[in-house]
Write a new protein. Structure first.
Lengths: 438, 200
């Protein structure tokens, strides 16, 4: 059965991002009209029934998250849209914000109505300045058309949507760190509880949702929760964007259901189209750099939250990074630890110090001075970070090391023994940007 | 005579995290235009939460002056109604604020996995060779600064270079020389920009 895209159907259209196009071709703002006629609680029930799971990484049911938002409080409530998208290998929200901004704006408005908020902040990463320009211009148009602002569509409901630009911090993608950053502080996570649903932005009840999650909300309201759930496997319903990058012929964002297997995504003609230069496949990171690697034998797993978890990894933010046989596992871990070492916010000692030591150890192995005891040391440092930090960053940072050591221990041992990498790395050096990469 | 051995007064010896003070800089105030922009932006937040506008305020100052001096931070602190130390705290955390002068074009080369798999290191080397500068330095003409950054979120268009607020996608190492010459000649018009943006 061919899958019909719903989120990105009109992304290639020249003026697909405009308000007129959205209203004409995507039944734009009908969802909002329909939602305003319902009780806020009914919308939460619908989202719960649809089984929509957060698209940012954790896969937590969105309806549940909204239900936890404190009801009886004199304080204002907030929606924070997480558009920080800084997980290496992830670039799906960018497409949605740039090519279908009104879907997000409508999603923000409906979500505000559902939880009883009047303001939604879209926290966008600083590097997406050109996206922010599009988004702000389109928000302006939505205000003029009466879909945002005071007394929306004559219902008496007020809603404002603002874009807030970050300034280059991976950690701001963590929900409490995002809130801290939005409050004008360093993006460092808070101790939980209290969860943002109780005391979030300005200590008020807050729901933090990913861009793709909020984009699904108008579709659920419009087409019903049953339609949404029927799009994917049980408990993994709805459309899903997959970002495929690395050594594949056609990297990019592909929308499909979560029935699709990893093999189809990597080798399918309508998706990434196979490996560059037909080099053998080595490993895949299925959900952004923070999740364990999967091998060739796991490729027939459907790319859903539950199936990938069963295979020993996580779907995370659905950032698939595909690697061929020229990639050295030690180099891979070193590259990612350079990232985590740089991005660690420095609040928790195991993560701040641990990532630095892991990087130093990996650098020593890569440069040929590795010693046999380094492997145990790497393992020891990694396991001492896992579970000992405030947010999931610590676990994420140790994952590349633990996962590569588990799957490719031979390569680590070879580095120690030979004092060099034994893989055909010259291929990578000789093919810096591959010709087949259109 | 004291029983204690003479203590050398050298902060570097007993305090590792020696604090580097930002360049004091000359007088700084927003231009009328920037002041209006700031006043409009701060309205987005509740009246008692002016601090939320701090990143925006810093971007304005940085765009006006090229980088952030202590005077600029003090001015921002005045606008936000917080202390200069609060502002410095924020500036030192985020990577997109510069506390030293930078070139007209800041070349931010992404070095994280997806870009690295497709040769981002070669791009850095090529730029470095072409301009005769190391990572973190500004060339003699004051036009280019080379910086290595972590994931820019455009992994399908690897290797990516962010130049100020614009993107240059799929920059092959062998194209670097030509690219730099184009930027010298044509300025912003030389960038490919974001492929999604361009299709409009």
């Amino acid at each position: 059965m061919a899958y019909e895209p719903v989120l990105t159907k009109h992304c290639a259209a020249r003026d697909g991002y405009t308000l007129d196009f959205y209203v004409k071709n995507q039944r734009g703002y009908e969802g909002l009209r329909k939602a305003l006629a319902l009780q806020p609680n009914d919308i939460i029930e619908q989202v719960k029934a649809s089984g929509l799971r957060g698209r940012g990484g954790a896969g937590f049911p969105t309806g549940m998250k909204w239900q936890f938002v404190l009801k009886d409080t004199p304080k204002p409530k907030y929606i924070c849209c997480n558009a920080d998208e800084s997980e290496p290998g992830t670039f799906k929200d960018h497409v949605l914000m740039e090519r279908n901004p009104h879907l997000l704006i409508e999603g923000c408005a409906i979500s505000c109505y559902a939880i009883g908020a009047k303001v939604a902040y879209i926290y966008i990463r600083g590097e997406f300045y050109h996206v922010q320009e599009v988004l702000e211009a389109e928000i302006e148009k939505a205000y003029k058309a009466g879909f945002l602002g005071r007394n929306i569509l004559g219902s008496g409901f007020d809603c404002d949507v603002f874009v807030h630009r970050g300034a280059g911090a991976y950690e701001a993608g963590e929900e409490t760190a995002l809130i801290e950053s939005l409050e004008g502080k360093r993006a460092q996570p808070r101790i939980k509880p209290p969860f943002p649903a109780v005391a979030g932005l300005y200590q008020c009840p807050t729901a933090v949702n990913n861009v793709e999650t909020l984009c699904n909300v108008p579709l659920i309201v419009l087409n019903g929760p049953e339609w949404f759930a029927s799009l994917g496997p049980e408990k993994n319903g709805g459309p899903k964007l997959f970002c495929i990058s690395g050594h594949v012929k056609r990297p990019g964002v592909y929308e499909t259901s979560m029935h699709t297997t990893l093999r189809e995504l990597v080798f399918g003609e309508q998706f990434a189209g196979g490996m560059i230069d037909e080099r053998p496949f080595k490993a895949i990171i299925p959900g952004g750099s923070s999740v364990p690697l999967l091998l060739e034998q796991d490729l027939d797993t459907p790319a859903s939250f539950d199936h990938i978890q069963k295979a020993g990894s996580l779907l995370g933010s659905a950032g698939l990074i595909v690697m061929n046989d020229s990639v050295c596992a030690v180099w891979l871990a070193m590259n990612l630890l350079h990232f985590y070492r740089h991005e660690s916010c420095g609040k928790c000692t195991p993560c701040r110090e641990g990532t630095d030591w892991l990087f130093k150890l990996l650098l020593r192995l890569e440069s040929g001075d590795g010693q046999p005891k380094d492997l145990d040391l790497l393992f020891g440092v990694s396991t001492n970070i896992v579970g000992k930090t405030l947010c999931a960053f610590g676990d994420a940072a140790a994952t590349p090391v633990l996962s590569t050591m588990k799957l490719f221990r031979g390569e680590y041992e070879a580095h120690v023994r030979e004092g060099r990498c034994t893989l055909p790395a010259p291929w990578r050096a000789a093919h810096p940007v591959v010709a087949a990469h259109q | 005579m004291s029983f204690h051995p003479k203590m050398e007064y050298a902060p570097a010896r007993f305090h590792k995290s020696a604090r580097t003070l930002p360049d004091p800089g000359g007088d700084f105030t927003y231009t009328a235009e920037n002041q209006a922009k700031f006043d409009a932006n701060v309205q987005r937040y509740p009246p008692d939460q002016r601090k939320s506008a701090i990143l925006y305020a810093l971007y304005l100052a940085q765009r006006q002056q090229g980088f952030l001096t202590r005077a600029a931070m003090a001015h921002v602190a005045g606008q936000i109604r917080c202390t200069t130390a609060d502002v410095e705290d924020v500036v030192s955390y985020y990577t997109m604020f510069y506390t030293k002068p930078v070139g007209t074009y800041v070349l931010n080369v992404c070095r994280t996995l997806s870009c690295a798999l497709l040769g981002a290191e070669r791009v850095t080397e090529a730029i470095s060779e072409k301009l005769g500068i190391k990572v973190g330095e500004t060339d003699a003409s004051g036009m280019f600064t080379l910086i290595e950054v972590e994931c820019l979120g455009a992994c399908d268009r690897a290797p990516v270079v962010m130049v100020n607020d614009d993107w240059e996608e799929r920059l092959a190492p062998e194209q670097v020389g030509e690219f730099i010459d184009h930027v010298r000649a044509k300025g912003r018009a030389a960038f490919t920009g974001c492929h999604l943006h361009k299709e409009k």
